[in-house]
Structure formats: structure tokens, C-alpha cells
Design a binder for this molecule. Structure first.
Ligand code: 3HC
Length: 699
């Protein structure tokens, strides 16, 4: 066959065995190997059925995404799926791990599907800006019905073996672990099944009237949401084609839409984001460091952040001890966690049993000494160096040698925190993002003396709790907040000069952020930043006053007080433009002697985004981030940067670094402000781009 596909004969069963680590993606040689093996099985009179199974940790996880940037090579995946379905001998897909995308399409083209108990199924193409392109949008609705097909194809929802069995996606769930033995056991009965009746493509859509209604409801929901991504729309179009046409015509429509998506910027951006996340966890300096096992976790601080962090660990199966020095705060925290799980049960996201298991994994203490055996302690107290140092001093006293002492600080100096202990090698920052149980980013902040073992343990831990860990250096705000803290003053200045907050936020949401800068500030609470600015002023730093300070001084603290930059109606989190805020802003301008001018949307877009790009290059200059794609991951996973644009740095390169630099230089010339002083790395990147352009035009 090929080096990734093996053909075996077990009595009358032919086995096509795929071995293409790590996830058995359908690269060209796998596609070719499957076709050759199939031909051999069909030509062999001794064979009456064909099993298709994978080596390693999973069934086929999809097409090989890396091949999408190259010219297509035969055979195409639809050729393979169509050949499987056309086989006159039954093909049995033997599924373990995850059957995703093209992998699920191979299973759907097979005549029988067997799965292990732990198997999962999904069509995640939409997350890559694609649609399933090998018959998936046509076969899945025919097999499981349109409503579930929409969930899986348009929303990328994965289902487990039980749901797959209940929906008819798999025919049997295996009791034992040996896929091959189960297949051999079933072989005599399967050979009697006529393949004709098992071909999904000739089935009609179940409950067609209901299917059409469901499709229409989803289409109007999508129109109303104003979502900008194309792939979900194309997924729906392809499913509609399955409802309205015979398979061959539907498959033609699907292929056309798939090829359109494959060439789109949306796909390129999302594929970049996918690989950037995987690159972030590959750290050469940690290649030989062995992560320590983490068996128990304590979270210090039962406030909002601490609760979210505790839930993240409980969800991943870690026993968690919640600590607070205040009995009432601790009880409030424990209740909130319990209520969170009750809500998950009520919404059908979790079974009662699973929720109870998680709640049983939680205990609590008011006493530092109870932390003496814990492997990892995550401090989530308020953002005060003094308080954090006092906590770490206590942790140093009580924790076992080798325990990891982590701080969830979002800005503060990890070295200073570490210096309050006698074990700086074990101290690290684990910066979770709010809500901590939902946001995928974990900034792993390394101090000067943090050991490689501690770093490797933290990165492995991030993966084990389903977060994307990004290793960053130590500076005020690290990577994410440091960039954010450049955008906020720019947005404030734009309003001082004459824009409205609503205009600035609209430009950001039109760019693709889920929320504008000021709506985000209102959500976080304006008083938080105000207090930090006041502290800096009191310590002698020159922090200019802005209209945002004025709003806070008028009791406008954001969503929590019903008014901040915007106004909020009871029970409604949507921001509404507010005359009173606009009046306060106008009065501030007047007091400052500023005559408001018309600010164009293009200026807002440039100033808010280019200031971030410049700061990102400074972060790279200082070695705080390891590479551009790590910055992309931080902003995609922690701050809602639209991932279909790839990430901040990927987008900046597409926008054109020479143009961005030109604007930055001109803003620096006009203002002389530090944030507009061009970063060395940006200058070097533009020099390189110019050099490349010259050599390619002369060469
Ligand atoms: N193509 C190429 N490489 C892939 C891949 C794919 N479809 N899926 C995963 N990989 C690679 C990753 O890049 C990574 O490589 P690396 O070790 O060199 O960094 C390696 O496989 C392991 O991946 P993960 O670190 O993500 O491993 P996990 O065990 O955490 O997750 C997974 C495994 C659930 C399979 C996850 O990798 C995943 O979700 N993959 C994407 C699946 C997908 O989107 N499939 C659809 C592809 S498009 C398609 O099929 C089109 C078709 O309809 C025509």
C-alpha cells in the first residue's frame, strides 16, 4: 500500500489499517493508500467485508490541513469517500478517539460504524473557515436529521458515542476494547447485510417538513445576529442543498462552496490561529524539562476570579481546596460554585451525577496550614503587591518543598512576589482571564529565577485543563494587558478630540471584536482602573486626568452601577448611548480648551490598532513574548481578537507593515508620545520586507 496505510487479511475480513501519527490526518498518501487497499479487497474473492481502523490515539481527525496551502493532489477526498460507499463489499468503520471532519466523512461513507465508548464525533471544519467537503454536509443530515446536522456542521458541536448511537450515527458501541476482534465477531452477520440498503447517500432526509423549518429558523437567526463569518453561512447553504436535491447535485454544490471557502482569507486566518496555538506549547528551552505531576490544587481567594479558576480545575477532574481568610467570603464562593453546577445541570450541559462529582472534589479552608500537602497553589487575591507578598510569605512557610506557588496577578512583578519566598524557582504567574472557567487563554508568566521544571509543569497543566498556555516574560501587564493598556488611552484621546465612545466602539466591533473598548471598560468596572491611576498619582507618577476619571467621580462605575460610559437598563447588559455621559465629556473638553473635531472611522481604526501593533513589536524587542504567533494566540484567546483575521500580528502583516510604520512615524512626529515611537522590531521587519521586495523584483 503506502507507508501510512497497511492491508491485512483476517479470514474473510480485509483490514485497512491507517498509521499516520499524530492524528491520522488524510494526507495524499493516506488517501491513495485507502483506495489501493480497497481495490485489493474488492479483487480478492476470499474477502467478504472490509474493516477500516486506525493505529494510535485516534481515528482519522480530518483532512490534512497543511495540504490546503498546496496545489491539490489526486486522489481527492470525495473520490475516496465515493469509492468506499460504492464498494460492493460492506466497509465497516472502526472508530476510537475522535472521528472529525474528513474522518467522519469516511465513516459516513462506510456501510457500518462501530465505536468505542469513549469515541467522539464532529465536523469542526467551520472553526477553520471551511465546510465539510467530502459529502459530509450531504450524508450527515440524511443519517441523523437536519437539526443535529446543523448543530454539528454549522456550530462545530462534537457529540459522544452515546449521542452518536442514539442519533443513528453509529450502529454499535463496543463493549470491549479490541476493535478488530469486535469486527471479526460481527463479520458473519455483517456479510449478510446488503450494502445497497446501507448507502447513506441514497437515503432521503428524515422528517423533511421539520427539517426545512429548522433550516429556515437557523438562517433567520444567522441573518439577525449580523455575524460576519462566511463559513457558517456556507455550511447552511450546503445543508439546504442536501434537503432540496439528490445527493449528486448536493455534493456538487458542497464541493463548490468548499473550494470557495478554502481560498478565503477567513480560512487562512483561522488555520494560522489553529497552528499558532499548537506552536505556542512547543518551547525548545523546555524540551528536556520533565513536568511534575499535579495531583491537588488550592485556590487562594474565593472572589469571582478564584471561583472561576477553581471551576476550571474541578471541570478537569482535579481536587480543589478553596482558601479564604474570611469565612463569609469563603461561604459565598462555595455557594457560587455549587450554583454554577446547578445551572449547568438545569441547562442540560452536565448530568446531575457529573455535577455532584465535581462538587465533591471541592473542599475549603480558612487555614494556611491545611495547604501543606498541596501540589499547586494559585493565589487569586486582590491586585496589591503588599497583600500578594504577605500571602506568598505564608505559602513559603507552610507548603511542601517543590510545590508550585502561582499568582494570578494580571500586571504585577513576578520577581518581586517570588522574592518574598525562599523558593523563587517554584514561583510562576498563572494569569487566567475572566470568566476563568470559560476563557481559553492562560498566560504563564516566568520570573527571572523560575525553573524549567516549574515552567514545563505549568504549560502541561494548561493543556490538561483545556487552556492554551502561552509562556511570557515578566513586565507590567505581561503581553495581553500591556497591549490593552496602550489601546485604552488612545481610545480615550480619540473621544477627547471629538469622537463619541459609541463611534470608537462601533469601529472596533465592525473590525470583529465582540465588544468595543468602552463597553469592555464598563463591564470590568471603571472604578478598577480609576483606583490604579489614583495609586500611581499618589506615588508621584504623572498620570494625566481624562474624562473617564470624571465619569467615575460622578458615580458612574460601569454596568454594576447602571451607568458608566454608557447607560444600562435594569436586567439588560446592552450599552445605550447616554446624554449625561456625553455632557460630562463635552464639559471636560471645554475645561481642557479642546475644540472637538470630526474624527473619521479610519483614524479610529488606525490609531487603536496600530498602537497595539507597535507595542507588540516592543514586547518582542524585549523578549517578553517568544514570537509573533504567541502574541496572536494571546489576543485571540484572551481578548476576543477576531480569529478569522489570524491574530494581531498576522493581521498587521496582511495590512502591510510599511504602511503601518509610516502612520506610526507620522503620529510620533505629531505627538512625540512614547507609544508612537517606532519599535526596533517593526523598523527591522519593514527593512526586511523592503529588502525582500527589492531582491524579488531584481532577481
Ligand atoms: N491536519 C494536519 N495536522 C493536524 C490536524 C489536521 N487535521 N489535526 C491535528 N493536527 C496536528 C496538530 O497540528 C499537532 O501537530 P504538532 O504536534 O506538529 O503541533 C498534532 O496534530 C496534534 O494535535 P493537537 O496538539 O491538537 O492534539 P490533541 O490531542 O490536543 O487534539 C485533535 C487532537 C482533537 C484531533 C485536534 O488536533 C483537532 O481538533 N484537530 C483539527 C481537526 C479538524 O479540524 N479536522 C477537520 C479538518 S478539515 C477537513 O477535514 C476538510 C474535509 O471536510 C474535506
Amino acid at each position: 500500500m503506502t507507508s501510512q496505510v497497511y492491508y491485512e487479511r483476517h479470514q474473510s475480513l480485509a483490514v485497512i489499517r491507517i498509521n499516520n501519527p499524530p492524528v491520522n490526518a488524510l494526507s495524499q498518501s493516506v488517501r491513495e493508500g485507502i483506495l489501493h487497499a480497497l481495490e485489493e479487497a474488492l479483487a480478492d474473492d476470499r474477502i467478504s467485508a472490509i474493516g477500516l481502523l486506525c493505529e494510535g490515539r485516534t481515528f482519522i481527525a480530518g483532512a490534512d490541513i497543511r495540504e490546503f496551502s498546496q496545489p491539490p493532489q489526486a486522489p481527492s477526498l470525495p473520490e475516496v469517500t465515493n469509492a468506499i460507499e460504492a464498494s460492493e463489499k460492506p466497509v465497516i468503520a472502526l472508530i476510537h478517539g475522535t472521528a472529525l471532519g474528513g474522518g467522519l466523512e469516511i465513516a459516513l461513507a462506510s456501510h457500518y460504524r462501530l465505536a468505542t465508548k469513549g469515541a467522539r464525533f464532529g465536523m469542526p471544519e467551520v472553526n477553520l473557515g471551511l465546510i465539510p467537503g467530502a459529502g459530509g454536509t450531504q450524508r450527515l443530515p440524511r443519517l441523523v436529521g437536519v437539526p443535529l446536522a446543523i448543530e454539528m456542521i454549522v456550530h462545530g458541536r462534537k457529540i459522544d458515542a452515546e449521542q452518536a448511537y442514539a442519533s443513528g450515527l453509529v450502529d454499535e458501541i463496543l463493549k470491549g476494547d479490541s476493535l478488530l476482534q469486535s469486527c471479526l465477531d460481527l463479520c458473519p452477520s455483517l456479510t449478510n447485510i446488503g450494502v445497497a440498503g446501507r448507502r447513506v447517500s441514497v437515503r432521503s432526509i428524515p422528517k423533511p417538513v421539520e427539517a426545512l423549518a429548522c433550516l429556515e429558523a437557523e438562517e433567520s437567526r444567522m441573518r439577525a445576529s449580523g455575524a460576519k463569518r462566511q463559513a457558517p453561512v456556507q455550511c447552511l447553504r450546503a445543508i439546504r442543498a442536501a434537503v432540496e436535491h439528490v445527493f449528486a447535485e448536493g455534493a456538487r454544490v458542497e464541493r463548490e462552496l468548499f473550494l470557495e471557502c478554502k481560498g478565503s482569507d477567513e480560512h487562512l486566518g483561522l488555520a494560522h490561529a489553529f497552528f499558532a496555538e499548537r506552536r505556542a506549547i512547543k518551547i525548545p528551552e523546555l524540551a528536556h524539562a520533565n513536568p511534575e505531576p499535579i495531583r491537588s490544587v488550592a485556590v487562594l481567594g474565593a472572589g469571582t476570579m478564584g471561583r472561576g479558576i477553581a471551576i476550571s480545575f474541578l471541570d478537569a477532574g482535579f481536587p480543589v481546596c478553596l482558601f479564604d481568610i474570611d469565612q463569609a467570603a469563603l461561604e459565598k464562593g462555595l455557594n457560587a460554585i455549587s450554583k454554577h453546577y446547578d445551572r449547568s445541570v438545569a441547562k442540560g450541559r452536565l448530568s446531575r451525577e457529573a455535577a455532584d462529582n465535581r462538587i465533591h472534589g471541592l473542599n475549603s479552608t480558612l487555614n494556611y496550614d491545611a495547604l501543606s500537602d498541596i501540589d499547586l497553589i494559585v493565589e487569586a487575591a486582590i491586585e496589591s503587591m503588599q497583600i500578594k507578598c504577605a500571602i506568598f510569605k505564608e505559602l513559603d512557610r507552610v507548603c511542601r518543598p517543590g510545590a508550585i506557588l502561582a499568582s494570578n496577578t494580571s500586571t504585577l512583578d513576578i520577581d518581586q512576589i517570588a522574592a518574598s519566598t525562599g523558593r523563587a524557582a517554584d514561583v510562576i504567574g498563572l494569569h487566567f482571564f475572566s470568566p476563568a472557567n470559560i476563557m481559553r487563554l492562560l498566560e504563564v508568566v516566568t520570573g527571572t529565577n523560575t525553573s524549567n521544571t516549574t515552567k514545563a509543569t505549568a504549560m502541561a497543566l494548561a493543556k490538561s485543563i483545556g487552556k492554551v498556555g502561552v509562556l511570557v516574560g515578566n513586565c507590567y501587564g505581561f503581553v495581553g494587558n500591556r497591549i490593552l493598556y496602550r489601546r485604552l488611552p488612545e481610545a480615550i484621546s480619540l473621544v477627547t478630540e471629538g469622537a463619541t465612545p459609541e463611534q470608537v466602539d462601533r469601529v472596533m466591533t465592525e473590525f470583529g471584536f465582540p465588544m468595543g473598548q468602552f463597553a469592555m471598560s464598563d463591564l470590568a468596572g471603571l472604578d478598577v482602573g480609576y483606583r490604579a491611576r489614583e495609586e500611581r498619582r499618589q506615588s508621584g507618577e504623572e498620570v494625566p486626568r481624562s474624562w473617564l476619571d470624571v465619569l467615575v467621580e460622578h458615580g458612574r462605575l460601569g454596568q454594576k452601577s447602571g451607568a458608566g460610559v454608557y447607560r444600562y437598563e435594569a436586567g439588560d447588559r446592552r450599552p445605550k448611548e447616554d446624554e449625561e455621559a456625553l455632557r460630562l465629556i463635552a464639559a471636560f473638553r471645554e475645561a481642557q480648551g479642546v475644540v472637538p473635531r470630526r474624527v473619521e472611522d479610519s483614524e479610529i481604526r488606525e490609531r487603536c490598532l496600530y498602537v497595539m501593533v507597535n507595542e507588540a513589536f516592543k514586547i518582542l524587542d524585549e523578549g517578553v513574548a517568544r514570537c509573533e504567533s504567541d502574541i496572536d494566540v494571546v489576543w485571540n484567546c484572551g481578548y476576543g481578537f477576531p480569529a478569522d483575521k489570524g491574530g494581531l500580528m498576522y493581521w498587521a502583516r496582511k495590512e502591510g507593515l510599511p504602511f503601518i510604520l509610516e502612520r506610526i512615524r507620522s503620529l510620533y512626529g505629531e505627538t512625540g508620545l512614547e507609544q508612537w515611537q517606532p519599535a526596533r522590531g517593526l523598523l527591522a521587519a519593514v527593512d526586511q520586507a523592503n529588502f525582500d521586495a527589492t531582491t524579488s523584483s531584481t532577481g
